[in-house]
Design a binder for this molecule. Structure first.
Ligand code: PMP
Length: 405
C-alpha cells in the first residue's frame, strides 16, 4: 500500500499556513521536520495532565511522569533495536551526543592514536573530533570523497591502521544527501579495534535503524529531525562501552553516594544523565516515533525517492543549474547551485513565493571548499511533501533564474 500523503499532510497543522501570501511549501526538512498533531498533543497533555519531576517524587504525578518518561526510553530502544533500554541516553540533540562521546574518548586518546572522520562531516562531528585530537595529541585523518559526493571507500580502507582508535562518520550527509555504506565501513573499522560512532542526524528519519545490525558502538540523533520536539536527542551506545565510560556532566540524578569529599556514580543510564531532564521532550519524541511507526518504512522510502527522482529530472532540465551531490544512493536531498547566482539570493526569492529551502554551507564549510562552491541551495523532502510541491519548487527556481539573470 502506498502512502496516503493527503491524510499525512492533514496531520500537520503548520502545512496549511500561508507564507508571504502563498501556500507554504516546506522543503527544509533536513534542517528540521514539522510536527504532527499527535506530537503537539503529547506535549500539551504532558503539561496539562502530568507535569512533575521524574524519579524523585513521592507522589502520584511524579510516578506517572516517570512511567511515561521511562516508557519513552523503551520506545526509542525498540525503534533502533537497542539490546537494552539503558543503552538509550537522553541528550539535547546530535551535537551533545557526539560531544558526550568525545569527552570520554579524548580522555583515553594519546599521541600516536588516530581518529578518522570524513570530508563530508557536519561541523558537529568534525569540530568535536578536531578539538578532541588537539586536546589529546591524537592525529585527525580525513577520509576523502569523490566529486560526486560519495565517500572514497578505497581511501577509507587505506587510511585505517593499527593506530586507528576512533572512527566517526555520518550515516547520511546533510549537505549532499549521500547515504554511506556504514555497515561495511563499521565492520572494517571494528576489525582494526577502533570504536565507531555514527552521526545519525540525517539517517534516522528515512528508514528503519538497527544499531545492532550496523555494528557500531555509538549512534547519535536529534528528535527534531524525526518529527519530535527540539532540545531532545538520543545517544545510543553499547552497554559494555557506556558502562565503562567516564562521566560527563556531574550533579543530581547521576550519583550513587555523595560525601563532602567524594562521590560515586550511579548505574546506566542515570550516570550519563545529570540534572532534571527534558521530560516533555522525551515524551514528545516517543510520540513522534509512535506516530511514524504507523507507516511502512518502505512506503516512506519509495515516496521520498519518487520526489527526488522528479526533482532531479527537473533540475537536469534547468539551464545553468548544477546538482551538488550526485551519488547513486541518496535520501531526498537536492543540493544545487545556479550559474551567476548566490544561493542566498535564490533562497530569498523562493521564500517570497512561499517555498522554504535552506541555503549556505550547511554547517560543512570544509566540504563546500572541497566541492568548490560558496554554499548551495538545498531542498529536502520528507513523507508529507508532494510531487506538486516539487513542480512549485521549480517554477520558483525558474522565476529566481529570470530575476537574477
Ligand atoms: N550531523 C548532521 C549530519 C546534521 O545534519 C546535524 C543537524 N543539521 C547535526 C549533526 C547536528 O544536529 P543538532 O543541531 O540537532 O544537534
Amino acid at each position: 500500500m502506498s502512502l496516503d500523503v493527503a491524510s499525512v499532510r492533514a496531520q500537520f497543522p503548520i502545512l496549511s499556513r500561508q507564507v508571504n501570501g502563498q501556500p507554504l511549501v516546506y522543503l527544509d526538512n533536513a534542517a528540521t521536520t514539522q510536527k504532527p498533531q499527535a506530537v503537539i498533543d503529547a506535549l500539551v497533555d504532558y503539561y496539562t495532565q502530568c507535569n512533575s519531576n521524574v524519579h524523585r517524587g513521592a507522589h502520584f504525578l511524579s510516578d506517572e511522569a516517570t512511567k511515561r518518561y521511562e516508557n519513552a526510553r523503551a520506545t526509542v530502544a525498540h525503534y533502533i533495536n537497542a539490546s537494552r533500554n539503558e543503552e538509550v541516553i537522553w541528550t539535547s540533540g546530535t551535537t551533545e551526543g557526539i560531544n558526550l562521546v568525545a569527552n570520554g574518548v579524548a580522555q583515553r586518546l594519546k599521541p600516536g592514536d588516530e581518529v578518522m572522520v570524513t570530508e563530508m562531516e557536519h561541523h558537529a562531528d568534525l569540530v568535536t573530533w578536531q578539538q578532541a585530537c588537539k586536546r589529546s595529541g591524537a592525529t585527525l585523518k580525513i577520509v576523502p570523497i569523490h566529486d560526486s559526493g560519495e565517500l572514497n571507500v578505497d581511501a577509507f580502507h587505506e587510511l585505517l591502521s593499527d593506530n586507528t582508535a576512533f572512527v566517526a562518520m555520518p550515516h547520511v550527509s546533510n549537505a549532499l544527501g549521500t547515504i554511506n555504506p556504514i555497515k561495511q565501513l563499521t565492520a572494517a573499522a571494528k576489525a582494526k579495534g577502533a570504536l565507531v560512532l555514527i552521526d545519525g542526524a540525517q539517517g534516522v528519519a528515512h528508514g528503519a535503524i538497527d544499531v545492532q545490525d550496523i555494528g557500531c558502538d555509538f549512534y547519535a540523533f536529534s528528535g527534531h529531525k524525526l518529527f519530535g520536539p527540539t532540545g531532545i536527542g538520543v545517544l545510543w551506545g553499547r552497554y559494555e562501552v557506556l558502562n565503562d565510560w567516564p562521566v560527563w556532566l556531574v550533579g543530581g540524578e547521576m550519583i550513587a553516594t555523595v560525601t563532602y569529599q567524594n562521590s560515586t556514580w550511579g548505574e546506566l543510564p542515570n550516570r550519563l544523565e545529570a540534572g532534571t531532564p527534558n521530560i516533555a521532550g522525551v515524551i514528545g519524541l516517543a510520540a513522534a516515533i509512535e506516530w511514524l511507526s504507523q507507516f511502512n518504512a518502505a512506503d516512506i522510502w519509495a515516496h521520498e525517492q519518487a520526489l527526488l527522482t522528479r526533482a532531479t529530472e527537473l533540475a537536469e532540465q534547468t539551464e545553468g543549474l548544477k546538482i551538488i551531490g550526485t551519488a547513486p544512493n541518496k535520501i531526498g536531498v537536492l543540493s544545487f547551485v545556479i550559474d551567476g547566482s548566490h544561493p542566498a539570493d535564490i533562497g530569498f526569492i523562493l521564500d517570497k513565493q512561499g517555498v522554504a529551502i535552506r541555503t549556505g554551507d550547511h554547517c560543512a564549510q570544509p566540504l563546500m571548499k572541497r566541492l568548490n562552491v560558496p554554499g548551495t541551495a538545498r531542498a529536502s523532502f520528507t513523507l508529507y511533501n508532494t510531487l506538486d510541491e516539487v513542480e512549485t519548487l521549480f517554477k520558483a527556481i525558474n522565476k529566481a533564474r529570470m530575476m537574477l539573470a
